[in-house]
Design a protein. Structure first.
Length: 461
């Protein structure tokens, strides 16, 4: 670290406007105030912290002035911005403990910056982006890329504040107790970094230059020749006087503001006391109301429990009655279903019987019509037979009369007449037998009496 960093331990670095002033410690006659302050410092560590802080102040001031002339937009070519990152690296490396072990190797800044994401979720994106950079190989390059991304996102002051606020948890095992990050200068640096949020930066993080070794701070940009002690002391006295006057005016203005604030706070306190009194009275009233409501609530609960018990009893009785009624209705429904089934069967049987009866009636009516027509025909034939028989009888009588009148008729005529009579007789007998077989043997059936459950009674006619 000694080869890379110049902390100017034999010199005191002070700020004079836009310049740094280097003064050898043995050539300066320190007054009582400075001697008391130096007695409290811890030697070289205090001087290193002071020098780094003063240099950072000048660089930040130059960055802000440069941003005004460039429209608040800076890039990698800005010298002040390059010096800023270099000084910031020296600040983060100041008092950094070496790694544990025999080799006692140096720790990397990347190990410090990686811990921020555990306490700030917004830093996770930057850390992940830096890990994914293909052109950055070394931990130092990742730390530089991380610082540049944080500055471009205007989050550098916020992340530095996280380091300072959580320094016991994040930095306790990484830094010495007298390092700038563990002392009060760290808080001052966090405040200085807030001023950089007003500028916009366009920085490259994919360059291989980020992996280069740490450089040395160029103090020549901010140094001027030593002046005489008297001139310097006079200038310092005038500056101190101006600062004291400014501070006096500031304190007076602050006192007026504080007086007005005290008066306002007293009025607010009076109003708050009044409001507190009213609130206490309201609380007493509310407490009484709560007690009354609790009593009413307990009474209503007891009434509710009684009503619920009565309601449950009524529901139980009603359920028993409903079950009995349901059983009775089911039994009646079953009986009705059986009766309905029986009636349906009887109805189907009756319908079948009626259909059969209708068919039988139609057949009987048809047969009756046929038989009636046959009977009419037979009656006509019978009448014709009767007429023929009457004619034959008349002829027989005539023949018999002729026979009686003329016995002398020849035998041939008599035989002819006899044969004729026999033929007529045979025809008559044949017709009679056919009539007998048709109407007497077969018969004609006609319904007689009244209709009963088994139907009509039939008789042969």
């Amino acid at each position: 670290m000694a080869k890379e960093t110049i902390y100017l331990c034999n010199y005191r670095v002070s700020v004079d406007g836009d310049w740094l002033c280097l003064e050898e410690l043995h050539d300066i006659e320190l007054d009582v105030v400075e001697q008391e302050q130096n007695a409290d410092d811890d030697g070289e560590g205090s001087l290193q912290r002071t020098n780094l802080l003063n240099v950072l102040k000048l660089i930040i001031k130059e960055i802000l002035d440069s941003s005004l002339s460039h429209g608040r937009m800076l890039d990698d070519n800005n010298t002040a911005l390059q010096q800023f990152f270099l000084v910031l690296e020296h600040i983060l490396r100041h008092g950094l403990k070496p790694k544990k072990g025999l080799m006692r190797e140096k720790r990397d800044l990347w190990e410090v910056l990686e811990r921020i994401e555990k306490f700030c979720n917004e830093a996770k994106d930057i850390t992940w982006s830096v890990r994914e950079l293909p052109s950055v190989k070394t931990p130092l390059g990742r730390a530089r890329a991380w610082l540049r991304l944080a500055l471009m996102q205007k989050k550098l002051a916020d992340y530095f504040k996280v380091l300072i606020d959580k320094k016991e948890e994040i930095l306790g095992d990484l830094y010495e107790a007298d390092s700038i990050m563990m002392e009060e200068e760290g808080m001052i640096i966090g405040g200085l970094l807030v001023g950089l949020n007003v500028i916009d930066c366009s920085l490259g993080v994919k360059d291989e230059d980020l992996d280069q070794p740490m450089g040395v701070i160029d103090f020549s940009l901010y140094l001027k020749e030593n002046q005489s002690l008297s001139t310097r002391s006079n200038m310092e006295m005038s500056k101190q006087m101006a600062a004291i006057l400014d501070q006096k005016n500031y304190l007076e203005e602050l006192n007026r503001h504080l007086s007005a604030t005290v008066a306002n706070l007293q009025q607010k306190m009076i109003s708050l006391q009044t409001a507190t009194t009213l609130i206490k009275e309201d609380m007493i009233i509310a407490h009484n109301n709560i007690l009354q409501l609790q009593q009413e609530n307990s009474q209503l609960r007891s009434e509710k429990e009684a009503l619920i018990e009565e309601h449950n009893k009524a529901i139980k009785v009603g359920d028993d009655d409903v079950e009995m009624l349901c059983a009775e209705l089911k039994r009646q429904l079953h009986n009705e279903c059986l009766l309905k089934q029986k009636l349906e069967k009887d109805l189907e049987h009756e319908m079948i019987v009626n259909k059969e009866m209708e068919m039988m009636m139609k057949i009987m009516e048809k047969d009756l019509k046929i038989r009636q027509s046959s009977l009419v025909i037979m009656k006509k034939e019978n009448e014709s037979l009767k007429h023929n028989n009457a004619q034959l009888q008349t002829q027989l009588q005539v023949c018999f009369l002729f026979f009686l009148l003329s016995l002398s008729l020849s035998t041939a005529i008599m035989i002819y007449l006899l044969l004729l009579i026999i033929m007529i007789t045979m025809i008559t007998v044949k017709l009679f037998l056919e009539f007998y077989n048709k109407f007497v043997c077969d018969g004609i059936y006609v319904p007689v009496g009244e209709e009963n459950d088994d139907g009509w009674e039939w008789a042969r006619y």
